[in-house]
Write a protein that binds this ligand. Structure first.
Ligand code: ZN
Length: 254
C-alpha cells in the first residue's frame, strides 16, 4: 500500500513537473520500508499525505528542470565533486562505452552519465549509467587516494574535444545536469572539475572550457533563485566529515 501510494505520488509529481521522460517507473520505486506492515482499520480513513522518500528529491522549484531518470533509487552517496570527461572518440554512447569498459575487466560503465553528440544517441541526450541508480562509486578518475572515484560524479561527453568542439546542445545538457547535481548534493561550483584537474591528462580536451560550464550551471541556479553552496560551507562540511565513519558505509555499498 505504502509503495503503491509512493508510486502514485511519484507519478503525480512527475506529471506536475511536466517531465516528458518515458522511463520505466520501476526504476524509481523507493527503497523498501522496513517499519512493519501497515494495519488498515475496518473504517475507511483518508490516507495521510504521502511524502516522497528523501532520496527521491524532485526539482520542484521553477526554473530548475531535472529529469526523473536522474533520481537514484538508493540513498545518496556523499558526493563532493563533478568530474567532466570527453570520450576522445568521434562517436559513441553509454552502451558502447559500457562494452568497452567491461572488455577492460571493469565492473560496468565507469561514468555515471554520458551526454551524446548525435552519433549513437541524440545530440545533447543525457544517458544515465548503470552505476547511478545504485549510487555506486565511479571508475573514471583514478588517483592514488581514489577520492574522485569514491566521491566524484563522472560525466562523459561524446566527442574528441582536442580536435572538435562540444555541441551547443551538449553544453546545455551538461550545464543543466550539473546545476541539478550541484543543488541536490550541495556541490560548490569550485568542485566542478575537468578530468585534467585531477591528474595529468588532456581529458576533457582543450576545447571544453570547464570554467564556462561552471558559469552556465551557476546561472541556471541563479535564474531559479536557488542559493549556491559556497566553497566555504562545503569546506566546513568536509572538516566535520570523518572519513573513517564513511568507510563502513562504503564497504557495504561495494
Ligand atoms: Zn577523462
Amino acid at each position: 500500500m505504502a509503495r503503491y501510494l509512493s508510486l502514485l505520488s511519484i507519478v503525480f509529481l512527475a506529471a506536475a513537473s511536466g517531465c516528458q521522460s518515458n522511463n520505466n517507473l520501476v526504476e524509481n520505486i523507493p527503497a523498501p520500508n522496513f517499519n512493519g506492515p501497515t494495519v488498515l482499520s475496518a473504517v475507511a480513513v483518508a490516507p495521510a499525505p504521502v511524502q516522497p522518500a528523501p532520496q527521491l528529491k524532485l526539482p520542484t522549484r521553477p526554473g530548475l528542470v531535472g529529469d526523473r531518470a536522474w533520481i537514484p533509487n538508493a540513498p545518496a552517496r556523499p558526493w563532493k565533486w563533478i568530474v567532466i570527461h570527453h570520450s576522445a572518440t568521434p562517436s559513441g554512447g553509454a552502451v558502447r562505452f559500457d562494452k568497452e569498459h567491461r572488455a577492460k575487466g571493469w565492473d560496468e560503465l565507469g561514468y555515471h552519465f554520458v551526454i551524446g553528440n548525435g552519433t549513437d544517441t541524440g545530440n545533447g541526450q543525457v544517458e544515465v549509467g548503470s552505476r547511478w541508480p545504485k549510487q555506486k562509486w565511479g571508475a573514471h578518475a583514478k588517483t592514488p587516494d581514489n577520492r574522485f572515484n569514491d566521491y566524484g560524479i563522472g560525466i562523459c561527453l561524446v566527442g574528441d574535444f582536442d580536435i572538435e568542439r562540444p555541441t551547443a546542445q551538449q553544453l546545455q545538457s551538461l550545464a543543466k545536469l550539473t546545476a541539478y547535481l550541484m543543488e541536490t548534493y550541495h556541490i560548490p561550483a569550485s568542485n566542478i572539475l575537468g578530468h585534467r584537474d585531477t591528474k595529468p591528462t588532456d581529458c576533457p580536451g582543450r576545447n571544453l572550457n570547464v570554467a564556462q560550464v561552471r558559469r552556465m550551471a551557476s546561472q541556471i541556479l541563479a535564474d531559479a533563485g536557488i542559493p549556491e553552496e559556497s566553497a566555504q560551507t562545503a569546506a566546513a562540511t568536509e572538516l566535520l566529515d570523518d572519513p573513517s565513519d564513511l568507510e563502513g558505509i562504503l564497504q557495504t555499498a561495494r
